[in-house]
Design a protein around this ligand. Structure first.
Ligand code: 0RA
Length: 669
């Protein structure tokens, strides 16, 4: 989702490092094996903040999901406890409790106390697992003040407790049981991990995903803090996932789906085309997403391009002298999930999230080409639509190329000359530079005269920026505002896009606090999301927050600016209280701002109502301003939000805006 974080002053960021320093190895008894985890939690869990906390849930719940993938469990439940703990249970085989030959303690204890000990310990290991099965359990244990493991198997109920990774006593049989499964309850160690509450919504999203990826498994989250409960079960697995991704996107037919074994692997693919221009293809290996794709994705793409071209030739949809459709053309409007299961996944790339097993390419290519080929033969109307779309995409691509070449020839996108409307800053180092994208020429003028010209550049944007959700590149490049923007940023576009050319560390969208202003900022955010994702992912995009109110004191005293409605009420309450305490005589019939000691309350509707100095002081001064950082926490949700808000269908947009009215206001989208 589009996630916002308010940064009051830029100095407040980054506190997690200091937390790590609080660790003192002498005061905590930890097994040798887990000490590195407590010393350098970030290396094992990503961060000690909320993301790391959620990662802890994932590490444990993934093991239950692995049991389900292996066919031994069909339920995984996460319970957020009222006391800050989390319970994760699955109805799988239960972690083995007998003595492990190598460690001399139970397999359960081994898995929970030895780093990198995982499913490989039990000889009934996993045919298919994420390759990290159980590994995460010890990391979570190390970072938990307390962890209780409960196993039901072999007719018994077993319990063992741990503190900061170390066992508190040995495993005990506490009674009989006619159930099989594992229940892990942990309480994160707040001397290492942030003292933040788990987010119910994060668990919901994670478990929804897992249910999509493992058909037949039921996942449930229960929040004991709020009594909320949510369960997922998708008979169709990734087929349902594709349908979900395409809500509001005008699908052209039902979902194509296959699930086939190849050698000792499994290939599962779901595909559906929509009337949009976007491509959403996600690939997974053993339920772990591979954001950079890999051999399975390559095999899929190769097969798709080949099958679509073959069909088009065979049926006269592509003439002999016409050139082949490119891979990119065949993927316009495509939503697909590729899920492979393999015994020994290898990952490559900087972040280790690209699947590397070479055999996977051929497996996926072979299976998909064969079955998608049959599908096109059996669904000629759909095949015609898919190929029609690809042909249009090819034409548009050529038109866009011509437009781009034209623009490049004229030197509009590249080159030293900056757009005429840009008031650049004098700093040349991007680190010390920021650019304000300002709604309208008049506010742009005030911003230009009020700014700190050393570090702040101003680019006024006139009128409604083109709705890029529905426009193709050729149209976009015909739009002056978009071209000025691309040029000013210095990053190019599409093939020539290169985030390293970014001329400003911060891009700040500054619009009026009204409906039109929100619309313009939404259009700009959509543009960045669709065409300049690395800028958003890199945390470079911000929204300026102009004040909504000014409270005027009598005489020369400094006025107070207020940035939202709720803040106004709390501020006035506090001021009135303060004045009462000071013995001021407060007239209960007068306005609240008078009771609080002000002579006037101004409401700002637009940036244009402020003069240059006011605009700088309230909205642009780095010492005082409020910035909202635009972050894409969950690209999928953002994608669906942007589709709803900006797409061609009016109904979902209306529904979204009415049901999320407050959210829309808060986010300015
Ligand atoms: C190792 C071996 C076996 C099962 C498991 C681990 C296992 C681990 C977890 C973690 C959470 N839930 C789990 N369920 C099972 C196989 C044991 C056998 O052959 O019975």
């Amino acid at each position: 989702m589009v996630w916002i974080r308010q940064i009051k002053s830029e100095k407040e960021e980054g506190t997690s490092l200091s937390k790590q320093k609080a660790y003192d190895s002498s005061s905590i008894q930890v097994l040798e094996g887990l000490e590195p985890v407590r010393k350098r939690p970030g290396m094992y869990i990503g961060s000690t903040g909320i993301d790391g906390l959620h990662h802890m849930i994932k590490e444990i719940a993934d093991n239950g999901i692995d049991e389900a993938i292996a066919g031994f469990a069909n339920e995984v439940t996460v319970t957020l406890l009222a006391d800050g703990g989390v319970r994760v249970s699955d109805n799988g085989r239960g972690i083995p409790v007998e003595k492990h030959p190598k460690t001399g303690v139970s397999t359960l204890e081994t898995i929970l106390t030895v780093l990198h000990a995982g499913g490989k310990f039990g000889d009934g290991g996993y045919k298919v697992s994420s390759g990290l099965h159980g590994v995460g359990s010890s990391v979570v244990n190390a970072l938990s003040e307390k962890l209780v493991a409960e196993v039901h198997r072999d007719g018994g109920q077993f319990i063992q407790e741990f503190a900061k990774g170390a066992p508190v006593g040995s495993i005990k049989k506490v009674g009989p049981s006619d159930w099989n499964g594992t229940i892990i309850t942990f309480w994160p160690d707040t001397s290492i991990m942030a003292k933040e509450p788990f987010e119910y919504q994060w668990v919901v999203d994670y478990l929804r995903h897992q249910a999509y990826l493992t058909k037949g498994v039921k996942t449930t989250v229960t929040d004991e803090r709020t009594q909320e409960v949510c369960s997922f079960y998708f008979e169709g697995g990734i087929q349902s996932y594709v349908k979900h991704l395409n809500i509001g996107k005008d699908p052209i037919d039902d979902v194509f789906y296959i699930d086939k074994p190849v050698e000792d692997c499994q290939v599962e693919i779901a595909v559906q085309y929509t009337e949009t221009f976007n491509e959403t293809v996600k690939s997974f290996a053993n339920n772990v997403i591979n954001p950079e794709g890999g051999t399975h994705l390559t095999g899929f793409r190769t097969a798709l391009t080949r099958v679509v071209n073959d069909y088009a030739r065979k049926n006269g949809l592509l003439k002999e002298k016409e050139e082949n459709l490119s891979g990119e053309d065949t993927r316009e409007g495509l939503t697909a999930i590729i899920l492979v299961k393999l015994p020994d996944p290898q990952f490559e790339g900087q972040t280790k999230n690209k699947l590397g097993n070479p055999e996977m390419r051929g497996y996926v290519e072979g299976v998909f080409a064969e079955w998608f080929g049959y599908y096109l033969e059996e669904h000629p109307a759909t095949a015609k639509k898919i190929i029609g779309k690809a042909i249009l995409a090819a034409r548009a691509r050529k038109a866009a190329r011509a437009a781009r070449e034209n623009i490049i020839r004229k030197g509009v996108l590249e080159g030293a000359s900056m757009p005429g409307k840009l008031a650049d800053c004098s700093n040349k180092d991007p680190k010390d530079s920021e650019i304000y994208l300002v709604e309208g020429d008049s506010a742009g003028g005030s911003a230009k005269s009020g700014r700190d010209s050393k570090s702040q550049a101003i680019l006024p944007l006139r009128g409604k920026v083109l709705n890029v959700e529905r426009a193709r590149l050729d149209k976009m490049l015909a739009n002056n505002e978009i071209v000025s923007l691309i040029k000013a940023l210095g990053v190019g576009i599409e093939d020539s896009f290169d985030v390293s050319g970014l001329r400003y560390d911060r891009i700040i969208i500054m619009t009026d606090a009204d409906v039109d202003g929100s619309h313009i900022s939404t259009l700009l955010m959509t543009f960045f999301f669709r065409f300049m994702r690395p800028i958003v992912d890199g945390g470079h995009l911000y929204l300026a927050k102009p004040p909504l109110f000014e409270l005027v004191k009598s005489g020369k005293k400094e006025n107070t600016f207020i940035y939202d409605e709720a803040e106004l009420e709390t501020f006035l309450d506090a001021e009135i209280e303060k004045r009462k305490k000071e013995g001021a005589n407060i007239d209960s019939t007068s306005d609240r701002f008078r009771q609080a000691g002000f002579v006037e309350q101004k409401r700002y509707k637009g940036l244009g109502e402020m003069d240059a100095e006011q605009l700088f002081e309230t909205t642009m001064n780095p010492e005082k301003r409020v910035l909202v950082q635009v972050r894409v926490e969950d690209a999928e949700k953002a994608d669906s939000i942007f589709t709803k808000l900006m797409g061609s269908e009016v109904e979902p947009r209306k529904n979204f805006i009415t049901t999320h009215a407050k959210f829309v206001k808060d986010l300015d989208i």
